[in-house]
Structures are given as structure tokens and as C-alpha cells.
Design a protein around this ligand. Structure first.
Ligand SMILES: Nc1ncnc2c1ncn2[C@@H]1O[C@H](COP(=O)(O)OP(=O)(O)OP(=O)(O)O)[C@@H](O)[C@H]1O
Length: 466
């Protein structure tokens, strides 16, 4: 079998015609497979995945139209050219409606056949290309990440390319941008995925313990070392060692780390025995590592040793609508966990989420959504449910509600009954929320049922006291 020549199924019950078509197509560079009946085509389609099916609609066992429907329903990636008898244009039109790419009406000559099949093959190759680009560049979920923005597509591409290698990865990004998610995703995609990913936060471990946390120690190495202990380096053998907040590491330990990265060899604290492990290093910082080098807080040689594949994670505010996609997913998760009915955000609430700067990035977004779900009820998240400082970013339309008329009373003649003032304020609030009573109620800090009740009373000419 010639694997990289386009595969074309020739479905034609007439042996003479099949031979003729094969003859016409002989020099075109296809693998041709001939079927005289329809049923074998059905069973072979999914297995062989031809690029093009040249399909006679009149077959002895099943109708060619059935094969076409089968291809369509299963979204099989092949292009169909139907062959119809002379004068059956209606059938050809119906076949095109069912997803055929083109049709040939018998009799046709070799030129017509070769041109049609060539177009069909090209069409199929282009569809495949578009599909593969879409898969590559239009991903909205990747490993532990949500988000389809362009900057994140770039991150996904680097992760995908770097996963198979052992090269050191240096992740940078503001706090909460997903540096740990990045390290986990890289490990899961790598051939080391069935070995451990050991995470060490260099800022969270007391300085005098960090060396023993990484390299382990032997009994009696220091006060409190009551037994031998293996460190992160040994636990990560065969897998990945993720050193988070690497810039917080002391300079003298940085030189030991450099030696370990260069040779894969280390000694447990208090031991003179050299040990060797096979570890892939991933490190991260929310500082600017090069600025740390220039300030003398981070070894330049270690920086260059680690900075093989840099992955700068964009801040959430640089990811466009990803903020909404992530917010919706968090809302769905937290509502399920907390047994709440929330299903989405009002347009205004989404606008605030979109416009906010998110200095704490995805972690802050996570906390905001958790706060809303725990403290509020309803199906829609409204602007008034957003915690500070987001609730200070009420969009223009709602600012108008917040600044509803304060009636200035200049003479007795302008004093109006309280119920009338209240009615005006409520009606204006409803109007400025585009008729949305629950939203107006929220902004007025009333329950929607109070507003419904009051409106009913006003319409009946009753003027309830406020
Ligand atoms: N793109 C994303 N989609 C969904 N969840 C995300 C995404 N990015 C981060 N998260 C979630 O946000 C939280 C913070 O992520 P993570 O701990 O990886 O950030 P970080 O950059 O390592 O933070 P820090 O610098 O503070 O250590 C985690 O709960 C993580 O699951």
C-alpha cells in the first residue's frame, strides 16, 4: 500500500465502467479501491478513511444515497462525488443537499472525471488543513487551562512542543496567572507523566530547611534530624521537579542547585555519598528574573542554565474574553458545590468582569466567584452582587440608577406625597435597567416581590405607605 497517496473509493456496480474510470485515473497518483456493492463500502469507510468517494447512486444492494447519509451523519472526513444516470438532475440536487461535493452525470469523459476528482481531493486536503489549524490555534481548554485568547494559544503551543523534551522550562508571570497549572500541564503531557511531579515552593520553606527539603538528609546531619530523609530531588527521580518561586532561594543554595542541574548529582545533607537522579526541572517566579540577576540576588550562571525554554504567562487582563469563559466555568463549579441555582452573569456584570484589571489574576477571579456564590442567591449574577472593588465599577447605565433624582424641594408647592416620589424612583430604576425588574430591585436593594406588589397596588389606585 502507498500510504501517502490520496485514497479514492470507486463505488460502481458496472465492472466495465469501473475499469474505464480506473484507466482514466491511472496517472493521477491515487490509491484506487473499487467496490461493486454498497454494504462493503459502509464497513470500510471508517476503517480506511478515503479522501474521496466516487459514488454511483444506483447500486445492487443499497442506495448510494444511504452511503452519503452515513458519511454525513458520522461527519466522516471524506469528500463525495456522486455519479448519476443521464437526466436525473433532481437526484443530483438532492445528493448535493445531503452533503455531496459535486456530481457527474453519465456519460462523461476522462477529462471531466480527472478534473472533478482532482478538485475533490484538493477540497478534502484543504478541509483537513483548516481542521488541523483549528485544533492547533483555537483551543479553549488545554491541560488545566481554560481560555482561547491568542496569548494563551501561544502558551499552549510552547507547552506542546516542549513537553517531550527534558529541557528546563522557566515560567514567569504575575501571581495567580497559573504558573503551577502550567508546570502540571507540562508534566502531564510529557513522557514522564507516570512518574512523580514534585512541587517545591522555595518561599514557603524556612531557609535553614530548604537544602534538606531538596536534597534530603542523613540521621544526625543537624539538630532534629532524627532519621534519614529523602528529599524532593530523589522523589522526583524519573519525573519532574517544579521549583516554584525560585528567585527566593538563597545565593549559596543556588550554587548547589546549579551543580545538581548540570550533573544530576547531589548529596544528602550530612552525607558524602554522591547520588544521581534523572529529573526534569521546571521553575517559576512572579519576579522579573533578569532584574534579580542584575540586582545580584540571582546567580547569572543559574539564570542562563534554567532559562532554556521561557514561558511568560500573560496577565488575565491581557486575555480578552478568557475572563468570562473562566468566570462561567467557576460559576458552574461553585454553584454545583454550594447547591446554588446560578446559571450565568447579567450583561452588566460581565462587562464589569471584562473591564476590571484583575491584579490577582485567575486566583482573584476564583475568589470573587466563590464569594458571590456563597453570599448570594438567584439564577443570574447581578452587578450589585460583585464584591469590592468590582462593585465600584458599575457601568454608566447603572450609574444613572445610582444617581436617580434627588428631588430638590424649593417651595411647599413642590412637596409631593412620599408614595409618589417612591413610585417615580422605582419606575425610573426599572426603565434604566431596560425593564428588568429583578435587576432594578437589586440596585434599589429591594426584593423584586416588593416592587411587583407596589406596582400592582399603584395600578389599582391604592397608595400603600412605604
Ligand atoms: N487558565 C486557567 N483556567 C482555569 N483555572 C486557572 C487558570 N489559571 C489558573 N487557574 C487556577 O487559578 C489558581 C491559581 O493558579 P496557580 O496557583 O497555578 O497560579 P500561580 O501563578 O502559580 O500563582 P502564584 O504566583 O501565586 O504561586 C489555581 O486554582 C488554578 O487552578
Amino acid at each position: 500500500m502507498v500510504a501517502n497517496l490520496p485514497l479514492v473509493f470507486l463505488v460502481e456496480d458496472s465492472a466495465t465502467l469501473a475499469l474505464l474510470y480506473q484507466d482514466y485515473l491511472r496517472d493521477e497518483g491515487y490509491q484506487l479501491r473499487h467496490f461493486a456493492e454498497g454494504k462493503p463500502v459502509l464497513s470500510e469507510l471508517e476503517r480506511a478513511l478515503p479522501q474521496v468517494v466516487l459514488l454511483d447512486l444506483e447500486l445492487p444492494d443499497i442506495s448510494g444515497m444511504e452511503i452519503l447519509r452515513h458519511i454525513n451523519e458520522r461527519h466522516l472526513p471524506c469528500t463525495v462525488v456522486v455519479v448519476t444516470a443521464h437526466g436525473s438532475v433532481d437526484i443530483a440536487v438532492e445528493a448535493m443537499r445531503q452533503g455531496a461535493f459535486d456530481f457527474l452525470t453519465k456519460p462523461f469523459d476522462g477529462k471531466r472525471l480527472t478534473a472533478t476528482v482532482r478538485n475533490a481531493v484538493r477540497h478534502q486536503q484543504l478541509s483537513y488543513l483548516v481542521e488541523s489549524y483549528r485544533e492547533q490555534y483555537d483551543r479553549c481548554v488545554f491541560g488545566g487551562f481554560l481560555g482561547s485568547s491568542l496569548p494563551m494559544q501561544g502558551v499552549y503551543r510552547i507547552l506542546e512542543s516542549a513537553a517531550a523534551s527534558k529541557a528546563t522550562v522557566f515560567i514567569t508571570g504575575e501571581s495567580g496567572t497559573g504558573k503551577e497549572v502550567c508546570a502540571e500541564t507540562l508534566h502531564k503531557l510529557s513522557p514522564r507523566h507516570d512518574k512523580p511531579l514534585v512541587v517545591m515552593n522555595c518561599a514557603a520553606i524556612p531557609r535553614d530547611l530548604i537544602e534538606s527539603e531538596i536534597f534530603g538528609h542523613v540521621k544526625g546531619a543537624f539538630t532534629g534530624a532524627v532519621g534519614d530523609r529523602i528529599g524532593a530531588a530523589e522523589r522526583a527521580d524519573g519525573g519532574t521537579l517544579f521549583l516554584d518561586e525560585i528567585c527566593e532561594m538563597e545565593l549559596d543554595l543556588q550554587s548547589k542547585l546549579l551543580r545538581f542541574i548540570q550533573t544530576g548529582c547531589f548529596q544528602r545533607v550530612g552525607s558524602s555519598k554522591q547520588q544521581q537522579v534523572d529529573v526534569r526541572f521546571v521553575c517559576a517566579t512572579n519576579r522579573d528574573p533578569f532584574a534579580e540577576v542584575q540586582a545580584g540576588r540571582f546567580r547569572e550562571d543559574l539564570y542562563y542554565r534554567l532559562h532554556v525554554i521561557p514561558i511568560p504567562l500573560p496577565a488575565l487582563r491581557e486575555r480578552g474574553d478568557d475572563v468570562l469563559q473562566i468566570a462561567r466555568e467557576f460559576l458552574r463549579q461553585f454553584a454545583a458545590e454550594e447547591g446554588k441555582a446560578f446559571v450565568g452573569f447579567s450583561h452588566e456584570a460581565e462587562q464589569i468582569l471584562r473591564d476590571y484589571e484583575w491584579p490577582g489574576n485567575v486566583r482573584q477571579l476564583q475568589n470573587v466567584i466563590r464569594n458571590i456564590v456563597v453570599l448570594h442567591n438567584g439564577e443570574q449574577v447581578l452587578p450589585a452582587m460583585l464584591p469590592a472593588p468590582l462593585n465600584q465599577l458599575i457601568p454608566q447605565r447603572h450609574k444613572a440608577v445610582a444617581e436617580l433624582p434627588v428631588t430638590v424641594i424649593t417651595s411647599d408647592a413642590r412637596v409631593r406625597p412620599m408614595w409618589l416620589v417612591e413610585k417615580e424612583v422605582i419606575e425610573q430604576a426599572i426603565a434604566s435597567c431596560g425593564g428588568n425588574i429583578p435587576q432594578a430591585a437589586n440596585l434599589l436593594e429591594l426584593s423584586p416581590s416588593t416592587i411587583y406588589r407596589k406596582r400592582l397596588a399603584w395600578s389599582e389606585g391604592v397608595h400603600p405607605s412605604t
